[in-house]
Design a protein around this ligand. Structure first.
Ligand code: MSP
Length: 635
């Protein structure tokens, strides 16, 4: 096992609102990265932290509005965050709360340490205070004298407070950023921070008089004051590991932090200088993502309802939701969220590309070999494609480029689809050695694909592995093994059980196709020769209504139907008695091939053929989706 450890944090979220898409997004990113690192390094080497930020004016106001005590209020909302993460299948190692005693003790210790070192001093401060932001603004930061966020005029407050000598560490920080080019990434945010640091860095006010704000942590050296927002919240990243003496702190610090651009400054400037003043090593990387723009209006227009994005995880499934947000946003940039785009991705990438490939391969293995396919040769076909995909995923995840990592996995899926279309196992003799080899290889690649996918779509990956009879694989396979799995394999077999349907296709309810990247069409289940539209038009498909049905004596399968097409009546013989007994037919609307040459079956002339779909021996009749008159043409 590697000595390398990976410690990843999300921001701790304010409890003045319940969880929304933005909070879920960062936590999904962190969960995915933690799972990926667990595959790479081993479960014990990875620590994933999230939690809630529970002190301050805003929380007191929100509690008052809800008619609750601050403590009851923060307990309740924090509980909602915890429940939401469980519902989304997110699995942090710890959920920290800033109202917890261990955190409060760590904050006081941290403050005392910096105070003792002489980097906290008492002074007077006058400034423009925005109650919405809970912070002072300098003249320069205001826009037309107003808070740039709230567009309200701040209150001028003059009071005595404690200050952190942040300015003292400005040169050190600039130098550190220059010497560690990926300390803050992507680069645009690093540049933003460096631009900010061109101006002199002011000292940071870190306290509030307890007379004005009681819902905070008292300063250890002056209990007339409580500490203020960032000197409380940022310290969660080390208090959670039991700083100063905790084993976890020794093992896991320094962290990789994950945040959105809204809290860049406190993380990129306050936090490293605070750590420096306390004599602690700075974090490893600050990874900054963009903002979701939520197109609620668009959603409500096309679907008739306003949908909260998080509800879409319930509606379409957690993995479809995860896939969409991970695939759609380029790390670092903003992105638009819309339900239509989610459905389009679900249908194209998940139901078609991945779902069809998986069920096609597993069903053939069941049909041909009763579920067991044994290794036939070790020529390692597609091993290079798996290797390339695994390397590309690892390289992309190193940069938090989730969308690129998924694109690499989909390129493997597409190569596998092409491999099947080229080899057409559905047309070949099951006993042919080549057929076995192709299906064995396909199963092998699906196994590797499931492992690659596990960090991103854990539930789907686990179902895929279950269907392949390899349920515990993610625990035992390390990421770097994936590429070599296929090469030189001498023995092995796949034992396919029930084939789960991974993603149902969602019927689009909007007329206009949503604007998402077009995907190449997946291979159909059986690849027949291609026909032109003219060829298709030669088939006269009609809606017909069944008037009556009777069994045909001496036949196990055949049933004789009397059907109506507009004013015309016909007799049709269908081989569907075992699936649809005679008494089940009357009144059904079906689809009929109306211009089929009449044929005689058991002495009865049949004038047409009933359409039905088959899935692994199960037969389902095709029918119009809504009532429509008999005789209507199918186009
Ligand atoms: N409590 C502070 C953070 C303290 S960390 C030591 C805070 N809380 S917050 O509830 O406002 O959460 C901000 C974070 O939520 C963002 O940095 C981001 O992770 C996430 N998001 C909130 N809205 C978002 C979007 N619209 N889009 C993407 N993520 C956003 O700030």
């Amino acid at each position: 096992m590697s000595d390398e450890t990976f410690y990843l944090t999300t921001p701790i979220y304010y409890v003045n609102a319940t969880p929304h898409l933005g909070h879920a997004y960062t936590t999904i990113l962190a969960d995915t990265m933690a799972r990926f690192q667990k595959l790479r390094l081993g479960t014990e080497q990875v620590y994933f932290l999230t939690g809630t930020d529970e002190h301050g004016d805003k929380i007191v106001q929100a509690a008052a509005q809800a008619g609750e005590s601050p403590q009851a209020y923060v307990d309740r909302i924090s509980g909602i965050f915890l429940e939401t993460w469980a519902r989304l299948g997110l699995a942090p190692n710890q959920f920290i709360r800033t109202t917890g005693e261990p955190h409060k003790r760590a904050v006081q210790r941290f403050l005392q340490q910096i105070y003792d070192a002489g980097d906290i001093y008492f002074g007077e401060y006058g400034g423009h205070y925005c109650f919405g932001c809970e912070r002072f603004y300098t003249e320069k930061e205001l826009e037309d004298g107003k808070c740039p966020d709230h567009q309200t005029t701040p209150t001028f407050i003059k009071e005595q407070n404690y200050f952190f000598r942040m300015g003292k560490y400005q040169e050190w920080l600039i130098d550190h950023i220059h010497r560690h080019p990926d300390f803050i990434r992507p680069e645009r945010y690093r540049n933003e921070v460096l631009a900010f640091l061109r101006e002199p860095l002011e000292d940071l006010c870190i306290s509030r008089p307890a007379a004005r704000l009681t819902w905070g942590i008292p300063l250890p050296f002056d209990d007339r004051y409580v500490t203020y927002v960032w000197f409380d919240a940022l310290i969660n990243y080390i208090s959670a590991l039991g700083w100063p003496d905790g084993d976890a702190f020794r093992r896991f610090w320094p962290a990789q932090h994950l945040i959105a651009k809204d809290i860049l400054k406190p993380h990129a400037i306050y936090w490293p200088t605070m750590l420096k003043a306390a004599g602690l090593p700075p974090f490893r990387h600050l990874n900054v993502h963009g903002y979701w723009r939520i197109e609620e209006a668009k959603m409500s227009k096309s679907r008739g309802t306003v949908v909260r994005p998080l509800d879409l995880a319930d509606k379409y499934g957690v993995d479809a939701f995860r896939y969409f947000v991970l695939r759609e946003m380029t790390f670092g940039l903003d992105a638009g969220f819309s339900e239509d785009a989610l459905v389009a991705r679900l249908n194209a990438d998940l139901a078609n590309d991945l779902g069809n490939l998986y069920s096609r391969v597993l069903k053939l293995i069941r049909r041909y070999y009763g579920g067991t396919v044994t290794h036939a040769s070790d020529n390692g076909e597609l091993a290079d494609a798996v290797h390339t995909a695994a390397a590309a995923v690892a390289a992309a995840m190193e940069r938090f480029a989730y969308s690129e990592a998924l694109a690499a996995i989909w390129s493997l899926i597409s190569s596998t689809n092409k491999y099947l279309v080229t080899n057409e196992p559905w047309k070949s003799d099951p006993e042919d050695a080549r057929t076995k080899e192709v299906l064995f290889t396909a199963a092998e690649i699906l196994h590797a694909t499931a492992t690659l996918l596990w960090p991103f779509l854990p539930q789907t990956a686990e179902r895929m592995l279950q269907g392949l009879g390899a349920p515990n694989s993610t625990a035992s396979i390390h990421f770097h093994d994936i590429g070599s799995l296929l090469k030189g394999r001498q023995t092995g077999q796949w034992q396919v059980g029930e084939v789960p349907s991974l993603f149902p296709r969602i019927q689009a309810t909007v007329a206009k196709p949503p604007a998402v990247e077009k995907k190449s069409a997946p291979a159909p289940e059986v690849t027949p020769e291609q026909i032109t539209i003219e060829d298709f038009r030669r088939v006269d498909l009609r809606v017909a209504e069944v008037i009556e049905a009777e069994a045909i004596k001496g036949s196990k399968k055949l049933v004789k139907l009397r059907v109506k097409l507009n004013d015309e009546e016909r007799t049709v013989v269908a081989g569907l008695k075992e699936h649809y007994p005679p008494e089940s037919w009357a009144g059904k609307r079906i689809i009929l091939v109306a211009n089929l040459k009449p044929t005689s079956l058991m002495g009865i002339t049949s004038q047409g053929m009933v359409l039905a779909a088959e899935d692994d021996g199960r037969i389902v009749l095709l029918a119009p989706e809504q009532p429509i008159s008999s005789g209507s043409k199918v186009r």
